[in-house]
Design a protein around this ligand. Sequence first.
Ligand SMILES: Nc1nc2c(ncn2[C@@H]2O[C@H](COP(=O)(O)OP(=O)(O)OP(=O)(O)O)[C@@H](O)[C@H]2O)c(=O)[nH]1
Length: 441
Amino acid sequence: MQNLTPGAKRPHIRRLLQKLTIVLVIFVICALAIVTAVHRYSIRLIDTSQKELLPAIHDHQRAALNLERLERMGDLVAYGGSLTLIRKNALAAQVLAFQPSFGFNQNTQKTVRAAFELIREIRRTRQPLLSSRAERLSSIEHENLIQLEQTLQTRWDKYKQELFELQNKIISDATALQTKNMTLITATNNQMLMVAACSISMLLLVVFIIGYNLYKHLITPVTEASQALTVLEQQTEYTPLKEARYQELHNIRNTVNSLNGTMKKLHEMATRDALTGCINRGYFMERAQQILTVAHRTKSPMAIVMLDVDHFKRVNDQYGHAMGDDTLKFAVKWISSLLPNGSFIGRMGGEEFAMIFPGYGLEDAVEVSDKIRSEIEQNSINSGTIPAITVSLGVDIVRHATDEVDKLLSQADKALYQAKAGGRNQVVSYQPPVFISDESQ
Ligand SMILES: Nc1nc2c(ncn2[C@@H]2O[C@H](COP(=O)(O)OP(=O)(O)OP(=O)(O)O)[C@@H](O)[C@H]2O)c(=O)[nH]1
């Protein structure tokens, strides 16, 4: 695997597709060539086996059949005492007709010929024997003929045995040839199956290689880029995308990674106050709403505090606008260092700020607010950089499940107004109006 440094020149995706296509084409050509070669070889093997063995098998089968017929004919000639001479001659002619089909083997031919000669001899001998019955031969002549007939009968039985053995041998040869033929065909089939199995395995391997490459170099980077875009859209924790091998995906990766930076900047710009660095009014309201929703759901307390720098106009007027800006920055810095965990401050406009204390009841919120007030007073006196300032704070808490951020802010603002009216540099908590019910009147 080539190691690509961030600045290295990268191949294009089409290179990957070209490579994979070449792999596939080479495989298909090789597979086709192998299958064709094996197919031709198998056809030749089967052809050879059919050409060489089938005729031999047929010859054997024919010979075995003819031997059987010859034997039957011989029996008919030898024992057909009641048949007429014409009929016997016709049978002999039939036997003759079969003779040429025994040409495939010299021994067979010899045996068959000898058997055939014997049949003719039997026929010749039997002829006078039969006529002698009509001419009433002497008993001695008759006796001789009977003896001759018996001798011929014995010889015929011997030939019959030989014919039978020959027939068996021919049948077993034919069976052996047939078995050889079947073995050849089975072997060829097995070879074809092997080639098919190898081709399928190779195809699976090639598909795997192609799939793996597509997955690793194409699908994974695209999926990661898509997930990264979703993360950016949802503004959750973003993990920068890894290096991509191909140029197009590398460009996407760079763009998505830099989009993250841009989105962060945009988010900062949209949610932060440029002067003090704390969150702005819009984002404060959004976050306050989220905290309030949780507080309502969990039925936990929450405090909201409004803070205003006292006589800030004088600071601007006496020390200039820039000093006024610095004063606001310092004030926010000191407040932020005093905020309890989970709390936050937002600039609502001018020198007015708001804070949310999740989990805080009225007493605790007033305590923290007073701490902030006194710290700002002390720090500004001791700072030597900004003029001495004081702040006034108004505190309100969630009391009802229907309380909304706007309402709480407005009530805290009312308390702040009272703090200002009461002489400034103080914390005032909002006192809800007391309604006297009809019963108590
Ligand atoms: N330097 C600076 N001054 C600002 C900024 N925003 C608002 N101001 C000034 O803050 C002053 C607010 O003055 P006022 O609303 O009269 O209130 P105040 O003088 O603080 O008096 P009280 O609130 O009644 O104590 C105005 O002079 C605004 O010009 C800012 O961002 N920078």
